[in-house]
Design a protein around this ligand. Structure first.
Ligand SMILES: Nc1nc2c(ncn2[C@@H]2O[C@H](COP(=O)(O)OP(=O)(O)OP(=O)(O)O)[C@@H](O)[C@H]2O)c(=O)[nH]1
Ligand SMILES: [Mg+2]
Length: 342
């Protein structure tokens, strides 16, 4: 896909405007005036991260929560903002965010579409300048996000031209008769084809960075199962239940086995480079908090998800995303340090 550069950088062979040094003049003068500028543009363009997950895995909710989490984050993850790149992406985000405001989940997406967002970070006190990465979300209903359908529609290239993936693993899918491997496996096959074509293998593994996010940690069944497995701790800052970051990789292996989805774990461990994978245990809505007391494990119903018989599920109170911004920040950070684009 063609990159868009700011309009002020006119193509070299357009007529000169008075007072401007053009690329032609720079060439005539034998100096590469635009060398620095090209580096700057590369930075502005940033790395590309794609969100990947099955139908109903929580992509729309995750994105709306990401936008919220970016605004409210403190400490190491602060200073981010999420900006839609085009009008359909703005509509997608605005609709999902408005749903959450009204304590409803976003409506299932009607057709497959790739939405694009800029992730921007303000300059930091430690000297890090403005950072820009691009996040893409492929959203759709039913099997529309299947890689084979995308290949037919010619969209596959756009997804594969990503440097990092945010893979949303939905632990509630197997109970609905679906599997997460259905979504992951075709992506990996296409990525391998691309790696073979471009010879970008890293030690015979895919070069991409992958943040694997188990979604819906707050879901009652997922949470009870995690409690029984002895994985649940309390976050020292928010006091909300969490899986300690140091346990996340083992937790995902355990959860995959519990759900009969060991192949997901095997594919990730086998096909991506171990130094380029990280696991997160996430919830877009988090647990229920009261404005005065925050999260209180003794206050009765801890869940923020409210399902009444015969009605669409609702969100009980304000959302408190868990590990939603963190995987994106990690991906972006790793890609920036790594420098290359695939
Ligand atoms: N408990 C819990 N449920 C969630 C969370 N996020 C999403 N869900 C549930 O999952 C459903 C689907 O979420 P969406 O965000 O619409 O998922 P999607 O991947 O965009 O779905 P499609 O667009 O249909 O592919 C929601 O209606 C909720 O019931 C979460 O953080 N916690
Ligand atoms: Mg959706």
């Amino acid at each position: 896909m063609a990159r868009k550069y700011p309009d002020r950088f006119a193509p070299a062979d357009e007529p000169d405007d008075v007072g401007f040094t053009t690329a032609t003049a720079a060439r005539d003068g034998g100096e590469d005036l635009f060398e620095d500028l090209e580096d700057e543009l590369e930075d502005l363009d940033g790395h590309r991260i794609s969100t990947w997950g099955g139908s109903g895995a929580g992509k729309s909710t995750f994105l709306a929560a990401l936008s919220r989490a970016a605004l409210t984050a403190t400490g190491d993850s602060s200073g981010w903002t999420v900006a839609p790149v085009d009008e359909p992406s703005a509509t997608y985000l605005a609709t999902a965010a408005a749903s959450l405001q009204q304590r409803a989940f976003p409506m299932p997406s009607q057709r497959r579409e790739i939405y694009r967002f800029a992730l921007l970070r303000r300059a930091q006190a430690d000297g890090t300048g403005v950072v820009r990465a691009e996040l893409r979300v492929t959203d759709g209903s039913g099997d529309d996000t299947a890689m084979s359908d995308m290949a037919l529609a010619g969209d596959v290239d756009e997804m594969l031209a990503s440097d990092g993936f945010l893979f949303l693993f939905d632990p509630t899918l197997p109970a609905k008769g679906k599997s997460n491997s259905e979504t992951l496996d075709p992506l990996v096959v296409f990525l391998k084809q691309r790696a073979e074509e471009t010879q970008t293998w890293v030690d015979a593994r895919l070069p991409h960075y992958v943040a694997v996010c188990v979604t819906k940690f707050d879901n009652e069944e997922v949470f009870r199962r995690s409690l029984r497995g002895g994985w649940v701790n309390q976050d020292p800052d928010t006091r909300m239940p969490c899986v300690r970051p140091v346990d996340a990789a083992k937790y995902v292996a355990w959860m995959c086995a519990e759900l009969g989805e060991t192949s997901v774990h095997e594919t990730i461990q086998g096909d991506f480079h171990p130094d380029r994978i990280r696991f997160f245990v996430s919830s877009a809505i988090g647990f229920h908090q009261t404005p005065r007391q925050g999260f209180d494990s003794h206050a009765g119903n801890p869940f923020n998800y409210d399902r009444q018989p015969g009605r669409a599920p609702r969100i009980r109170g304000a959302i408190h995303p868990i590990n939603v911004l963190e995987p994106v920040v990690w991906l972006q950070d790793r890609l920036r340090q790594h420098g290359e684009r695939f």
